[in-house]
Design a protein around this ligand. Structure first.
Ligand SMILES: [Zn+2]
Length: 48
């Protein structure tokens, strides 16, 4: 979580949110990747 704060300080909140959104969006179907399980909630693809 400290890493996140450092990132926000460096790049700003807007950039941070965009980055997070990209991280948790499935590249296969655009679904939401579960933060805890690391797999897409729509197609089940696992995040590497
Ligand atoms: Zn998916």
């Amino acid at each position: 979580m400290i890493e996140n704060l450092e990132y926000i300080k460096k790049f700003g909140l807007k950039e941070f949110v965009a980055n997070e959104k990209m991280r948790w969006t499935c590249p296969e179907c655009g679904g939401t990747i579960c933060v805890h399980g690391g797999a897409c909630s729509s197609c089940g693809k696992k995040k590497e």
